[in-house]
Ligand binder design. Sequence first.
Ligand SMILES: *[C@@H]1O[C@H](CO)[C@@H](O)[C@H](O)[C@H]1NC(C)=O
Ligand SMILES: *[C@@H]1O[C@H](CO)[C@@H](O)[C@H](O)[C@H]1NC(C)=O
Ligand SMILES: *[C@@H]1O[C@H](CO)[C@@H](O)[C@H](O)[C@H]1NC(C)=O
Ligand SMILES: *[C@@H]1O[C@H](CO)[C@@H](O)[C@H](O)[C@H]1NC(C)=O
Ligand SMILES: *[C@@H]1O[C@H](CO)[C@@H](O)[C@H](O)[C@H]1NC(C)=O
Ligand SMILES: *[C@@H]1O[C@H](CO)[C@@H](O)[C@H](O)[C@H]1NC(C)=O
Length: 358
Amino acid sequence: MELPPEPLLFKRLLLTVVLLVSTAAAQLALIPDQLDAEKDSSLTWYIEGAPTGDVTFTWYRGNESLEANKLISYVNSSQSWIPGLGNTGRENVTNKGFLTITKLEFSDSGIYKLVATSPGEHQEAIGQMQVWDRLLKPNITVSNTSVQAYMDEVTFTCHPNNTSEFQIRWIGIYSFQSGQWKLSSDNRTLTGWVSPYDRGPYRCEVSSLVSWESSDSVMLNVYHGPNSISKTSSPTHFGGVVKAELGWKVTLKCSATSVPSCLYRWHLNGTALATTNNILNIESMSWGQVGTYRCIAENPRTQVVLYDIFVLKVSEEFLIREPEYTLYQGSVILLSIGVGLGLLNLIGGLIFCLVSRR
Ligand SMILES: *[C@@H]1O[C@H](CO)[C@@H](O)[C@H](O)[C@H]1NC(C)=O
Ligand SMILES: *[C@@H]1O[C@H](CO)[C@@H](O)[C@H](O)[C@H]1NC(C)=O
Ligand SMILES: *[C@@H]1O[C@H](CO)[C@@H](O)[C@H](O)[C@H]1NC(C)=O
Ligand SMILES: *[C@@H]1O[C@H](CO)[C@@H](O)[C@H](O)[C@H]1NC(C)=O
Ligand SMILES: *[C@@H]1O[C@H](CO)[C@@H](O)[C@H](O)[C@H]1NC(C)=O
Ligand SMILES: *[C@@H]1O[C@H](CO)[C@@H](O)[C@H](O)[C@H]1NC(C)=O
């Protein structure tokens, strides 16, 4: 019998038996069978093509008919059972020649041989079986779930709760291509220097030919950055210089990418401001707000600090237009003086008239 190529998902089994090989000299054959058995349950190994009549069935452990390996015989003529030296008290044979094994153990794996004899006939058949543990959920532990990219090494350990044969496989974001991750020879530990891309859930899987189980997932948090800081503003800055007219609204903004998010601070001419986010708003530009604004971004975990600078100035175009305004203001004053003089003339004229009438 060919082994199943992929693990079968018999999750409910505690113990699985596969009869692997069956060879028959003549018609006699052991029936390869796959059994879903609970632990401590029994297995029956069926046969077909057995001689009938006055037949004796004898079962052996191993492929040789040695007295030491004899499990049990059934003699049809006397309807009697004769245990052999290899009998553990769990093996028996039915009157049809079927082998029964109760309270299955892993040590029951191996080769079994049946010899069926009757007057004038002698047949033999050999079969092999494998007993597997039903795999139990493995445990997973991690040296540290919160690590700093390129600085910390992390070790995941899989703790299988089985003793039989199985393989361990890791499921996660890690990449072996980078050469930063290493598996122990038995796959139980996965060790790596983390990069920002290694953040994510990790779990281990145990699998045998007949079952598999997965551990719970553990989340790996990777802290990193910031690597750069970028700035935008309204009005738009040129080389960090922001020009705004008096009374305008001004917005300065810094952005830095990191995990966890950066904390931001602002300084004006070296003096700390109250703003604690990445946007600084000036509702109405005034002379008192010109100066050098420094935006500082800090990752509280990695303690990496970056900063950038805006220089806020009052727009020069605005300053150039100021004399025109003064001129205009001057002409208003001149005009009002003119008006005033006119009025004075008028009043003077009226007084002159009134005086001259008398
Ligand atoms: C019995 O099995 C052993 C080992 O598996 C092997 O070397 C031997 O040839 C086998 N004998 C017979 C009679 O099949
Ligand atoms: C085998 O089974 C038969 C019939 O149930 C019983 O009489 C006999 O004692 C058993 N032998 C052993 C060794 O268990
Ligand atoms: C499995 O995990 C539990 C809970 O986290 C823990 O108490 C136990 O010691 C672990 N067992 C092994 C074998 O690691
Ligand atoms: C291992 O499996 C047994 C049986 O199911 C269970 O009682 C025990 O708690 C498990 N141990 C761990 C460490 O999971
Ligand atoms: C270890 O893992 C690799 C890849 O996941 C797998 O091919 C190999 O069979 C595993 N070995 C063991 C002993 O579990
Ligand atoms: C900041 O410094 C500049 C240049 O020294 C100065 O013109 C400006 O008034 C200062 N601003 C404040 C708010 O102190």
